[in-house]
Design a protein around this ligand. Structure first.
Ligand code: FMN
Length: 176
């Protein structure tokens, strides 16, 4: 027999991504799992950011962010960027990673050492409550040459991506 419990979020697997914002000179990274694919033509994604985050005004004012896709080996970076604030520390410096330009974005940095990065331009932002959602078009994809498949798309290294569910990190496994 089911009983009814109060509503909340966190029931589904989500990615854990490093969102790049700010500028090359003053870059920041925030770990976000409240992220989704929302349209294929044009290709669009969404990310929800709490307004109190240091990253929030950086994305809001520039209208840009990058989506840096971590691998299992990057879990420490995911945790660091999800627990430290850019107000207090330079996360690129802490992690010894390099902020580089993400053409055609004007300011938001991407992580040079990551294999697959999306450059995104915000089209709409909506205040929801605790978080605001940024709906953005993917205007560029930057990936290591070796990852490009014959069909011109990038291999998204599915078995190496990090899944976030129930406040814990999981490793995806091929079923079919
Ligand atoms: C796995 C994980 C997922 C997170 N997802 C989000 C998210 O989707 N939106 C958000 O606002 N904060 C999210 N956070 C919290 C921020 O990453 C965290 O508060 C971070 O320190 C904010 O950095 P900033 O102050 O430099 O912006 C997440 C944290 C973790 C560890």
């Amino acid at each position: 027999m089911k009983i009814q419990i109060p509503p909340y979020v966190h029931q589904f697997p989500a990615p854990a991504l490093l969102i790049g914002c700010g500028t090359i000179e003053s870059p920041n990274l925030i770990t976000c799992s409240w992220f989704g694919t929302v349209c294929s033509e044009p290709p669009m994604v969404s990310v929800s950011i709490r307004e109190s985050r240091f990253s929030y005004p950086l994305v809001k004012e520039s209208g840009e962010f990058t989506v840096n896709i971590p691998r299992i080996a990057d879990l420490d970076a995911v945790i660091h960027c999800g627990t430290k604030s850019g107000r207090d520390t330079d996360k690129f410096d802490d992690l010894k990673i390099t902020p580089v330009a993400c053409h055609p974005l004007k300011s938001a940095p991407m992580i040079e050492e990551f294999l697959l990065v999306l450059g995104c331009q915000v089209k709409q932002d909506i205040k929801l409550g605790s978080h605001s959602i940024f709906i953005a078009e993917i205007v560029s994809i930057h990936c290591e040459e070796d990852l490009v498949k014959p069909n011109g798309k990038a291999d998204p290294f599915p078995e190496e991506q990090i899944v976030y569910l129930d406040k814990r990190f999981w490793i995806p496994k091929l079923m079919k």
